[in-house]
Design a protein around this ligand. Structure first.
Ligand SMILES: [Zn+2]
Length: 549
């Protein structure tokens, strides 16, 4: 028997610059399907004009990508660089197409902070098909092609030449369509975050290179002068601060929603503030800002990192604890005792690899017992970070007994369900949060003999549920719809707490339509806990107006 070895046909050896051009055109055209769809639906451009503009826009994107890639057009860097851009553009295209998200700096922070469980929630066959078609297929082709190996001086010459030619083409084309381009970008600010893969490249540079977003200087201490200004003879205060997740204010029946999503809280002596704005449109953006003394604008423009509300409470002498049933506290609990309940795997609270929020109450007393007794004698603040309404797999957030609204969307890709099913699944998470908060209040009532309990609940940001074809959250703050930045804020004060702190729930109820924001949280919690410090600003404390008998 004869074995024949056939030489595969010789592949043509192409120049690195050729791959740069092919990849740039591919990325501009196919990596931007979501952008093209968006442009086609804009009323600004019509007829042949829109086609000319579209071609010019694609040419500008391809030229800028080519200029960028020409810097990396070396034998060992070109294929990895192109592959990375293909993958980034494919993933971004999927999320833009399916959920209307855009890629900006906070979104990239969120991606880096996403844990594997959150990532698994988002897997779907549409994502797989998109990545296979837009990234894996061209990568498969690319990696089989030999690249011409030139002496490095000649390669450098070619790369510089290509970069210069690409930039000239980009600027030249931009000149031709400048008027349309400028007015389009002005009227539709979010378009600039839809240009793949340049949006991702920009966001990564923004985080790493551009100075204003680099990690700010050394951590500044805050409120070292804090002390507790309450008479020592009364019971120590016990505040549970429930940090909600992705809850939007308008789906709370307490705030006027027509569906009964708050049957249990409605029976409690609570106050639900109806006009509360979040600091950001994502967890990563809102959370550090909520606990900061700076407020939204001060936080965005800060020149230093500061300690936060929890540090100040600790400086004052209180026992402080963070219980997390989600992906962590994003640095907010670094200097206080903290515990994560999301991977405890207790069958009565957990299903699969995630636990329902009541598991935090189950752990409460054991974790409180570990805190220093002398601090607990002064009082305690516990933050409970919920899994709440985290999407897109809303249906996973509620046990079967809480499926009040059916049928639910049970596909992780929301575009596979009709809007009513998505809203049903989401509303069930609000019903479950209602149950959880009423359980928290129930537990706090059992603590009335040894403490003066209170609860404060506020969510990190809202959610889009198909309004204007948008889903999920994370749009740039300046263009975010109200659904993504209007959050619930609910307070419950025990009679003992009202008496000791002279804050009156009935008075607070008259304030419920007052416009509040995350900016008020830092000062209101300090006020509620009677902490005296120079960083406290009474005018931002929403309890202050209702103090006094
Ligand atoms: Zn969040």
């Amino acid at each position: 028997m004869r074995i024949m070895f056939l030489n595969p046909p010789e592949r043509p050896v192409r120049a690195a610059t050729t791959f740069v051009i092919v990849a740039s055109v591919w990325l501009a055209v196919f990596g931007n399907l979501a952008l093209w769809r968006h442009l086609m639906h804009l009323p600004d451009l019509t007829g042949w004009h829109s086609w000319v503009f579209g071609v010019a826009f694609a040419l500008i994107i391809a030229s800028v990508v080519a200029a960028l890639l020409s810097l990396l057009a070396w034998r060992y860097t070109l294929k990895p660089a192109i592959s990375l851009l293909l993958l980034v553009a494919a993933f971004a295209t999927h999320y833009m197409w399916a959920y209307g998200i855009v890629v900006d700096t906070p979104m990239v922070i969120n991606v880096f902070q996403t844990d594997t469980r959150e990532a698994r929630d988002q897997l779907s066959w549409q994502l797989l098909v998109t990545v296979l078609a837009l990234a894996v297929a061209p990568m498969w082709w690319l990696w089989r092609q030999p690249i011409q190996n030139l002496p490095w001086m000649r390669q450098l010459g070619r790369n510089v030449g290509l970069c210069a030619a690409a930039l000239t083409l980009a600027f030249g084309t931009l000149q031709l369509v400048f008027q349309d381009f400028a007015s389009l970008m002005r009227n539709h600010t979010q378009l600039r975050y839809e240009i793949n893969p340049l949006n991702s490249v920009y966001a990564v540079l923004d985080l790493t290179v551009i100075p204003s977003n680099q990690v700010k200087g050394p951590l500044q201490p805050l409120g070292l002068d804090a002390r507790i200004a309450t008479p020592a003879k009364q019971q120590p205060p016990l505040l549970v601060f429930v940090l909600g997740e992705t809850a939007r204010s308008q789906n709370f029946s307490l705030n006027g929603y027509e569906r009964p999503t708050n049957p249990l809280l409605a029976k409690e002596n609570i106050v639900s503030f109806r006009h509360v704005t979040s600091c950001g449109t994502s967890t990563a953006e809102s959370m550090p800002c909520m606990f900061s003394h700076l407020g939204r604008s001060g936080f965005v423009n800060r020149s230093n990192e500061f300690e936060n509300l929890l540090d100040v409470l600790q400086h004052a002498g209180y026992a402080v604890l963070w219980i997390d049933n989600q992906s962590g506290c994003k640095g907010q609990c670094d200097r206080i005792p903290h515990v994560n309940t999301s991977n405890l795997k207790l069958p009565e609270f957990c299903e699969g690899d995630e636990c329902y929020d009541p598991i935090m109450l189950h752990r409460m007393e054991a974790e409180l017992g570990k805190l220093p007794a002398e601090r607990r004698a002064r009082g305690t603040v516990v933050v409970m970070h919920q899994m709440g309404s985290h999407g897109p797999a809303y249906f996973k957030r509620t046990p079967s007994a809480f499926k009040t609204f059916t049928p639910e969307c049970t596909d992780t890709s929301l575009s596979q369900c009709n809007r009513a099913q998505v809203v049903n699944a989401y509303d069930n998470t609000i019903v479950f949060t209602d149950y959880f908060l009423s359980r928290v209040i129930g537990w706090l009532k059992t603590q009335e003999k040894t403490s003066t309990p209170a609860m404060l609940y506020v969510a990190d940001h809202g959610e889009s549920l198909g309004e204007k074809n948008l889903y999920l959250h994370g749009l740039p703050y300046s263009v975010a719809p109200a659904e993504q930045i209007t959050v619930p804020l609910i307070t419950w004060l025990s009679p003992g707490f009202e008496q000791a702190n002279r804050v009156n729930t009935r008075c607070l109820q008259t304030q419920r339509d007052k416009a509040l924001s995350h900016d008020n949280l830092f000062h209101s919690v300090l006020g509620l806990m009677s902490v005296k410090t120079t960083v406290y600003q009474r005018e931002l404390d929403f309890f202050a107006t209702c103090e006094g008998r």
